[in-house]
Write a protein that binds this ligand. Structure first.
Ligand SMILES: [Zn+2]
Length: 379
């Protein structure tokens, strides 16, 4: 990876600003940066940041709103561009970072970010709202969960590595240029193409630490009726990156299926506003439709690692027998995989008591594909 380039529009009507800098330290990379600046000459109103090794969010002037893009070159010679939408209020306050599209086939978060960007003005915001509608442009382009270029799941690649594959390099940029500068990370996910997932908000569960207490409070404030409490966070996630830096985070899940259910769109959007309100980032919260808090909240537990899902032992057609979000008991029939001859190939049964938090959403299953995932109903 070599050159990073910020292209910022919309900060001021007259501005068309291109900023170049190198995210890495060291003389070799300073040289690369200079080469990049030379390449970029001729652009209107450009300026270099030779003395800076990271993008400073303070460059978003107070009282501005705009779209920008971060372009960086990954080795050997591919340019990746991340769109960035920001709204910066007049008053200083927290920086809330929102990711969507870590998986390229999950669209609810993109919907949320576009709604927030269009509904909020700098006059509505205290602090900074920085949003990446497609945190994984490779997978977005492919409409896939993982990056088609290197078959790497971005949600397993954090904090990234500038010397490894393209998705590892992308994770490195997301960690260093975005997560590291945030006061709070909200990462919006859903079931995507293949999975049906309970709509919920996930948080770090530790009653004894300040980070855990703040996480729980933020999760409740989000306003969903289902919370997933994780006392351990599997490595490689955006949220594990945030956790390693002591930055509080939440993530969401939703039903998915490449179609956005209206209720999921609304709960993500309202939840994001409620989170901003919780973080004291809304100027006039009483003028917003923040909805009612749910009458009751259910908390489920476990590490939330989809890699630990029960997988198919056969290739066939899966017919579920229980509904998503059911309570199941050890040995209960979750569903059956059939051959097209009508023969039953595999009865998929619950390996424990638990809450059915994910189930395969597309009935044609291959051997080794995830079929279901349980969360613990109790701590
Ligand atoms: Zn996802």
């Amino acid at each position: 990876m070599s050159i990073l380039c910020w292209h910022i529009d919309g900060l001021k009507p007259e501005s068309h600003l291109k900023v170049l800098y190198d995210p890495l330290h060291g003389t070799e990379r300073i040289g690369l940066m200079k080469a990049g600046i030379e390449e970029a000459q001729g652009m209107a109103d450009e300026r270099s940041l030779e003395t800076e090794h990271h993008f400073d969010w303070n460059q978003y002037e107070r009282g501005t709103k705009g779209s920008s893009s971060l372009t960086f070159r990954v080795h050997p010679d591919t340019d990746l561009t991340l769109p960035v939408l920001q709204i910066t209020g007049e008053k200083e306050g927290p920086s809330l970072l929102v990711f969507a599209g870590i998986h390229g086939d999950e669209y609810e978060g993109i919907d949320t970010i576009l709604r927030l960007y269009n509904q909020l003005s700098p006059q509505d915001v205290i602090g900074r709202l920085v949003m990446l509608p497609t945190a994984n442009p490779l997978a977005y382009r492919g409409g896939t969960r993982i990056s088609p270029d290197d078959d790497v799941n971005l949600a397993r690649a954090f904090p990234g590595d500038p010397e490894r594959s393209i998705t590892q390099q992308l994770a490195y940029v997301l960690h260093h240029q975005f997560i590291a500068h945030a006061d709070f990370l909200l990462d919006l996910h859903s079931g995507g193409t293949h999975y049906a997932v309970a709509t919920m908000v996930g948080y770090y569960h530790d009653e004894h630490s300040e980070l855990g207490q703040r996480s729980r409070a933020a999760a409740i404030a989000f306003g969903m009726d289902l919370l997933w409490a994780h006392s351990t966070i599997a490595a490689g996630r955006s949220i594990s990156s945030a956790q390693s830096l002591g930055i509080p985070w939440l993530y969401t899940e939703a039903y998915g299926g490449r179609r956005i259910r209206q209720q999921d769109s609304d709960s993500f959007y309202t939840g994001s506003l409620r989170l901003m309100n919780h973080l004291k980032m809304l100027v006039a919260p009483d003028q917003r439709e923040l909805g009612k808090s749910p009458a009751s909240i259910q908390t489920i537990y476990g590490d939330g690692n989809f890699d630990a899902s029960v997988v198919s032992e056969a290739e066939g057609f899966f017919i579920p027998r229980v509904k998503l979000m059911s309570e199941v008991h050890l040995g209960d029939l979750i569903g059956t995989i059939y051959a097209l001859s009508g023969e039953s190939l595999q009865e998929v049964r619950a390996y424990a008591d638990g809450f059915l938090v994910m189930m395969v959403g597309t009935p044609i299953v291959k051997r080794g594909e995830p079929i279901y995932l349980l969360a613990a109903s109790h701590e």
